[in-house]
Design a protein around this ligand. Sequence first.
Ligand code: MIC
Ligand code: SF4
Length: 643
Amino acid sequence: MGLTLTEKILNAHIVDGEAVRGSEIGIRIDQTLTQDATGTMAYLEFEAMGIPRVRTEKSVAYIDHNTLQSGFENADDHRFIGSIAKKHGVYFSRPGNGICHQVHLERFGIPGKTLIGSDSHTPTGGGLGMIAIGAGGLDVAVAMGGGAYYITYPKIVKVNLTGALSSWCSAKDVILEVLKRLTVKGGVGKVIEYCGEGVKTLSVPERATITNMGAELGATTSIFPSDEITKEFLKAQKREEVWTALSADPDAVYDEVVEINLSEIEPAAACPHSPDNIKSVSEIGNMKIDQVCIGSCTNSSLLDMLKVAHILKGKTVHPDVSLSIAPGSKQVLNMLAKCGALSDLIDAGARILESACGPCIGMGQSPNSKGISLRTFNRNFEGRSGTKDGQIYLVSPEVAAVSALTGVLTDPRTLGEMPKFELPEEFIINDNMVVPPAPESEAGSVEILRGPNIKPFPKTSPLEDEIECKCSLKVGDNITTDHIMPAGAKILPLRSNIPAISKHCFTVCDESFPERAESLGKSIIVGGANYGQGSSREHAALAPLHLGVKAVLVKSFARIHRANLINAGILPLTFKNEADYEKIAQGDDLKIENLIASVKEGKDIVIKNITTGEEIPCECDLSGRTKAIILSGGLLSYTKENI
Ligand code: MIC
Ligand code: SF4
């Protein structure tokens, strides 16, 4: 029986467990990436493990998220990460060099390799034929130390692409179509593998747009084959030597098949406030807009920018619209400058931002109140833009650019036939903003630069046999990590300071939660389905840990967040019967007994609701390794014990 591409790469990297769907496997990690908003914690954790030098083939630390520097905190984090990278063997991509996923695709990704990153959009690397997975910072720290990365052996979904995109229809519209069909929960436990004749019609940056937003499906990752188009891209990046041809066997067996005819794809938008709330642009109609933001790791490649520049050339941004553009990397920005396209953007009235995440993570450019903002980004969760009642629509760069001119949501096909946009045969290569690590012999003399905002990793303690506490918060379905641990310009500077950032935990849902949880000392959170979807930020587990949360009981979890809870030593519980969700109210007194034996033996855990007298059976579903992690109080203590 033939193998899928996912199986070929995963199986070649398994170091623990067996290639059986649904069972836990440990894989060897070839490359890691971190970004600064999760990186400080990841490197503090790496430091705490006491391993002097990273043991991966390549590890890169990027500075791209917190670049606003409205106080000393961000700049201190940058210096800390730069110094620790130098000491421990990590390449350091300086602020200004670009968004981690875009730069990694350009300069470091290698077909067939495994990559984990402390950012949920790490699957961007799947556009090059990598198995690239988003993970919590602690998992990345362990992988840097040479430890395996553990996942559930995924189901594999084939997306069979046929036909070719019509004029002005875009890779973004393809992934929006996949999101429409599969929803934000549809990818959980799965890898999405793109195959079929249509693959040949898509360039590497277009493939990367699609794999990037696979994160919004909840998928473990997404992947494209590595073919002649991949080779051309790597050749243009002067990295042809890392190319290998990779694809699924013709008789590979998939768990599910989704058919997509690219010729039928139409310009679409994800409407507020979820990436799977998809409508076609024509269905929404000519809605008046206030703002357009172009950029983010989803749509900031040279190809995207050249299309935007072509649309804007010689025109002026509509008087009622603010247009900002953040090219994804120094390479993209430099190439736009050299070919003159940057001048077309500036001339049209675009506000050019630095190559960083910027507005995507609420670092500036928040829309006006109730403002309608079209963004080429990947997430439109409520409040993420920094404006609570902002209405964010996720669209392609083509839709964004043409709408910025007309002032209303506009179908780019009104522009007529699209000229052919080609990638250059050679990109401008200059890695002068990537600082290599100090040679091992000199590492001892590298001083780590620690600012006053950088506080140590919170204390964890081994699992207690009995928990008696209140339900401190009850929330509904599809709670995102942006609800649990909001980002944005005010809160992001606190990423290295868990006690301080914890004061903002869940405030989007309930202003009084942090104070209540802290004064209770111990508590349990209750939630609905797909709890913790979205980002990889382990702060969404570390802040509840700091506030005394002992267990989270929900209908179902998103993958990375569940792993982060386990890593923090917080018990992830699911209702055995979803209807029991109704049997607990916020403020109820709860009790769990015989916890240690139940976890060890994998038995159901019974929560007694002392307030109502009801008993609620719950599942914990831990593997041998995750049981041990929970028992010892989290991955850091487990790793220290087992090193
Ligand atoms: C995001 O897009 O939500 C982020 C900010 O990149 C996060 C990481 C973080 O919270 O630092 C992610 O996607 O993992
Ligand atoms: Fe940065 Fe936005 Fe991409 Fe997250 S989704 S890595 S914030 S650009």
